[in-house]
Ligand binder design. Structure first.
Ligand SMILES: [Zn+2]
Length: 79
């Protein structure tokens, strides 16, 4: 019996368990983070695919493709 944790326990293909993706900017944030540290959004998705780590957004072609202009971990696809 688990009473203290959140009730959602869907098993999906996720790159990193314990993380969720911001629907607004696709940032990957820990599940216990209430607000996206990148864009301040609160709309998260448990289902996300692919993981990209942007170290230098100016030089990363992935970052440009995905419209990301800052450092951090991002999902490639947030359905
Ligand atoms: Zn965000």
């Amino acid at each position: 019996m688990s009473s203290s944790t959140t009730g959602r326990r869907r098993v999906r293909k996720r790159a990193l368990p314990g993380y969720k993706a911001c629907r607004n900017c696709k940032a990957i944030v820990p599940e216990n983070e209430p607000v996206c540290p990148v864009c301040g959004g609160k709309d998260f998705s448990d289902e996300w695919y692919g993981l990209i780590i942007i170290i230098d957004p100016e030089k990363s072609c992935f970052a440009k493709k995905l419209g990301i202009n800052r450092k951090g971990m991002f999902a490639i696809d947030v359905p």
